[in-house]
Write a protein that binds this ligand. Structure first.
Ligand SMILES: [Zn+2]
Ligand SMILES: [Zn+2]
Length: 207
């Protein structure tokens, strides 16, 4: 974007009344509305609806220079959005390609034990395809910062027993062991302690 473009303010609001008779083009100094003087108040104030009241900013007459400037700025913006739209289309197509690959791969994994065992072999043909799909998906996923404690919390050894009401959707992190369904929780000095206290006070149930 050039400096010239930045300096031109494109109105966010355009009145749709045509310019007729002795009326003239105006621009609101408060909200930037541009339109015909016909719809202003008797004191030349902007009548654009702002929630439950009118803007009532002072409106100044503008000439053809300002109007042409606005049209030119809108044209440039239109070009920019066309380009952004093209990029979006390209990205969507790419995403669809990867989705097709992913579903094809999943189909093969479901149907073939051989493909499944190859998944864990990163150098195999299937392993490379899995890595390609994962690599593509990874660029759209934000990586949450995590501590060693969180790492432990995800460990498979951390089997939490159901809550008092029997909900199995339970978890532990940040020094709290909790039930996701009924908000029952135990807070302790560490996630490890909260987890231990939870299991000590909640009997295990057969899965
Ligand atoms: Zn206004
Ligand atoms: Zn619960």
């Amino acid at each position: 974007m050039s400096n010239v473009e930045k300096m031109v303010r494109i109105p966010l609001y355009l009145g749709q009344e045509p310019l007729v008779g002795r009326h003239y083009a105006v621009e609101c100094t408060l909200c930037g509305w541009v339109g015909s003087s016909e719809v202003l108040t008797d004191d030349c104030q902007c009548t654009r609806d702002v929630g439950d009241r009118l803007c009532l900013g002072d409106a100044d007459e503008i000439g053809t220079e300002r109007l042409l400037e606005i049209v030119q700025a809108m044209d440039r913006r239109h070009g920019d959005s066309q380009q952004a739209y093209q990029r979006l289309i390209e990205q969507t197509n790419e995403t669809e390609q990867y989705l097709d690959k992913a579903s094809e791969l999943l189909g093969e994994i479901v149907q073939s034990g051989q493909t499944y065992s190859e998944c864990t072999d990163k150098s195999s043909a299937t392993g490379l395809r899995v890595a390609a799909v994962l690599g593509y998906v990874a660029q759209f996923q934000s990586v949450p910062p995590h501590t060693d404690e969180d790492e432990e919390a995800r460990d498979d050894n951390w089997r939490m027993n159901p809550c008092q009401q029997g909900h199995r959707d339970v978890g532990a992190s940040g020094g709290v062991a909790y039930c996701c369904q009924c908000d029952e929780k135990i807070t302790a000095a560490s996630t490890q302690k909260a987890f231990e206290q939870w299991n000590a006070s909640h009997p295990a149930q057969p899965v």
